[in-house]
Design a protein around this ligand. Structure first.
Ligand SMILES: [Zn+2]
Length: 307
């Protein structure tokens, strides 16, 4: 990774622009064909890179087994402090939609939990399925959820930029929240209402005064493990923090996610933005730690029924 960083860092710095422009991440070639859900024998373009570097030893996503996760009483509560004024825009990047934040200052940060440093929020996005039976990237004892939220933060205590942090083992921290079908989520609705404006790939719309804290469950319990990005460049730079309790959204709200398109307005064949999740990766020798004791309180993840 050092060699790759030396090559890519100057390029990353050159391409680093203001937050109003989309983030660029360096390309790490790898064997991608086995990474992605295959829909009708077609791979999404994001997974069609050339094959070269094999996968590493801390890839994501994974299945979390309750029996094998280890309660760590030293894990601290997460400290999440988001400022709605740092929210800037929504971007359909052709694989998901990214809600982007101004990360030039320490206004929206994550610390505590398993983290030794302070991390800045740069964007959040979701992964979801074509139906409620699939969608989440992580699973709990093999149970899938219809969607999964990822709040992406980078280590601003140690690194100068997201592009620098993404190449480092302690560079990123992603908070993941499962979505299940239930009652309408009032906090999410402002975002859902804005989505028709970014229906096509590469469309961007201004989106401000939004605090993503409203998308977090009230329960503080989480699992944590060391992993990777789940989209190329798949760098092994992520401290994953998976919230135990899902949040409820309505079927209609997820239907708006599914009305988005992978394709740009000028493409002949339009493709629905669904099944934008990576296949699960081997745990290897990693330990998943939990902030809570499995013997206290309800451990039952609630399975998702098809609607
Ligand atoms: Zn993600």
């Amino acid at each position: 990774m050092v060699t790759l960083r030396v090559i890519l860092a100057p390029l990353a710095m050159h391409l680093r622009r203001s937050v109003t422009v989309h983030r660029w991440t360096p390309v790490r070639k790898c064997s991608l064909a086995g990474c992605s859900y295959k829909l009708r024998h077609q791979l999404h373009p994001v997974w069609q890179s050339p094959l070269s570097v094999p996968g590493g030893r801390r890839q994501s996503p994974i299945n979390i087994t309750l029996r094998d996760s280890l309660h760590d009483p030293h894990l601290k509560p997460l400290k999440i402090r988001y400022d709605s004024n740092t929210c800037t825009q929504i971007w359909n990047n052709g694989y998901s939609f990214l809600v982007e934040f101004d990360d030039s200052t320490d206004k929206s940060t994550l610390s505590g939990g398993p983290l030794l440093n302070q991390y800045r929020l740069c964007q959040f996005h979701f992964h979801w399925g074509e139906s409620n039976a699939v969608g989440s990237e992580h699973t709990i004892d093999g149970i899938l959820f219809p969607a999964e939220l990822h709040l992406v933060h980078w280590n601003a205590s140690k690194y100068k930029s997201f592009e620098e942090a993404v190449m480092e083992g302690d560079g990123l921290a992603v908070v993941a929240v499962f979505l299940k079908i239930g009652k309408r989520h009032e906090g999410l609705q402002k975002l859902v209402d804005a989505l028709p404006a970014v229906r096509h790939k590469d469309s961007v719309v201004e989106f401000t005064s939004f605090n993503p804290s409203c998308l977090l469950p009230t329960c503080l319990d989480y699992w944590t493990y060391s992993g990777s990005l789940t989209t190329p460049p798949l760098t092994e730079s992520v401290a994953w923090i998976i919230k135990k309790k899902p949040v409820e959204v309505s079927h209609d709200q997820l239907a708006v996610f599914r009305s988005l398109l992978f394709t740009s307005a000028d493409e002949e064949e339009q493709k629905s933005m669904v099944n934008n999740f990576r296949l699960q990766q081997p745990l290897m020798n990693r330990t998943v730690r939990s902030s809570f004791s499995p013997f206290l309180g309800s451990m039952e993840p609630q399975p998702q029924t098809e609607q």
